[in-house]
Design a protein around this ligand. Structure first.
Ligand SMILES: Cc1cc2nc3c(=O)[nH]c(=O)nc-3n(C[C@H](O)[C@H](O)[C@H](O)COP(=O)(O)OP(=O)(O)OC[C@H]3O[C@@H](n4cnc5c(N)ncnc54)[C@H](O)[C@@H]3O)c2cc1C
Length: 417
């Protein structure tokens, strides 16, 4: 029977990073990655629209954890030991420079996810990390102080430690369940909202720098709210504010069948009273001007015209011909448009699953199972997920690095542990 120090199940971001970090911290250790499919790092390849949003330029760990709807408490300690600054330094030390974009997302300067794949594959090879493709792990068995890993093709490999890095694949998670772990049901996170409303018709592509969205979900104990940029799409709404809401309300939206009522302030933080004041002033000072030509707000002309249309104004209407009720209606729609969310749309740049191995069963200082010592977990297999922006990869890098340090330390003296 083949013997290893560490068997990594899953050749994704967490699996590769963990395998490399262990081999680096404990040179000479026998580490192998078992990957079910014919290719490794497939999600890295397609991530960030093919550019791989590796991490986020948020080095304040208290703020960083606020981007994790599930796992924010548990990750505080973990990020103290390995956070985005460490990710940037790690990749720089391995020949990959990252750059930061205006919104804080960090990508390789090459703008290609292949750079990250090449880096991880080359580094793994340099450190003698083994790799077996088309090797589905069917069962992991704990026997005394070691593990027997059974693959679909009938092989049995023995190892002191196992790192479960199977991502959100249900089959991978059953490996954890069979070892006695509780699984939290998977539900999608990071999606857009399907909304059909006359206000949005013909406005696809219109963006807003800062909206506020309040979401009422039938059956939910609380309302959800977020602010940030927003984009009108062919099928409804997208953009950071919507994606954040989809993540923080992932479970409640799933339970409601993706039905909810959104109340949107398109000009946040402008208040209704202030909006009405500006309109009143225009009516006083420019009564002969067309309302459609005098937009006192930051929104685009196309949106302004749609807002006037839905508020009952005609295209050529002058301010002088506009009653107070109509101005009130414009101000109300601008600062609190009610829209019905009718379903879940796709967000092609990134998607993750909420759910996985229950967090309370993992010691986040070591990423080791409390139920099955010697078994480590990292990445999306655990019930941890972040909003869009590089936070999900950061969770994979941090978790697998911590697991690797703990395993390397146990394998012998390690300077980093
Ligand atoms: C389209 C898309 C774009 C994304 N873009 C970004 C982004 O830009 N930034 C960001 O932070 N996040 C992004 N994400 C999320 C990010 O990709 C994941 O959070 C991350 O890949 C999780 O890494 P992981 O190693 O835990 O799981 P995965 O990357 O899913 O890897 C798990 C691996 O385990 C293998 N496996 C599963 N079960 C078994 C088994 N039984 N035996 C052997 N092998 C097994 C799988 O085949 C897979 O290769 C994106 C996701 C998607 C889908």
């Amino acid at each position: 029977m083949e013997d290893f120090d560490l068997i990594v199940v899953g050749g994704g971001a967490a699996g590769f990073f963990g395998a490399i970090a262990c081999a680096e911290a404990r040179p000479g250790s026998r580490v192998i990655i078992l990957e079910a499919t014919p290719r490794v790092l497939t999600k890295v390849k397609i991530s960030g629209g093919g550019r791989c949003n590796v991490t986020h330029h948020q080095f304040d760990t208290k703020r960083l954890v606020m981007s994790y709807p599930r796992g924010n408490k548990e990750l505080i300690g973990a990020f103290h030991r390995f956070q985005p600054r460490d990710t940037v330094a790690w990749f720089a030390a391995h020949g990959v420079e990252l750059k930061v974009e205006e919104d804080g997302r960090m990508f390789p300067v090459t703008n290609s996810s292949q750079t990250i794949i090449d880096c991880l594959e080359q580094t793994a090879r340099q450190h003698g990390v083994g790799l077996r493709l088309k090797t589905l792990v069917q069962r992991v068995e704990k026997v005394d102080d070691h593990f027997l890993v059974h693959t679909k093709d009938g092989a049995v490999l023995r190892s002191r430690f196992v790192l479960l890095a199977t991502g959100s694949m249900p089959f991978g998670q059953t490996l954890a369940r069979d070892l006695g772990h509780r699984l939290v049901d998977p539900v999608p996170s990071l999606f857009t909202f399907e909304i059909k409303d006359p206000l949005l018709e013909g406005l696809s592509g219109t963006s807003f720098p800062r909206v506020h969205i309040q979401l009422k979900i039938p059956g939910a104990a609380q309302d959800f709210q977020q602010e940030g940029p927003c984009l009108i799409t062919h099928w409804g709404l997208s953009g950071p504010a919507v994606l954040k809401l989809s993540a923080f309300a992932a479970r409640e939206l799933f339970a409601s069948g993706y039905k909810a009522q959104a109340l949107i302030n398109w000009e946040y933080p402008l208040k209704y009273e202030a909006a009405l004041e500006r309109l009143d002033a225009l009516r006083r000072e420019h009564p002969k001007k067309k309302v459609s030509n005098e937009n006192p707000f930051g929104c685009t002309r196309r949106f302004w015209e749609a807002l006037l249309r839905e508020s009952g104004l005609s295209a050529a209407q002058l301010y002088a011909e506009t009653g107070r009720k109509q101005l009130q209606e414009i101000a109300r729609r601008l600062t609190a448009t009610p829209l019905n969310v009718e379903g879940k749309g796709v967000f092609k740049e990134e998607f993750v699953t909420a759910g996985g191995v229950a967090r309370e069963e993992i010691d986040f200082r070591r990423m080791e199972s409390k139920v099955c010592p010697g078994l480590f977990m990292a990445g999306e297999v655990i019930d941890v997920d972040g909003i869009t922006g590089g936070f999900n990869f950061q969770n994979a890098w941090t978790g697998s690095w911590l697991a690797a340090q703990a395993m390397a330390y146990s394998l012998g003296d390690s300077p980093k542990a």
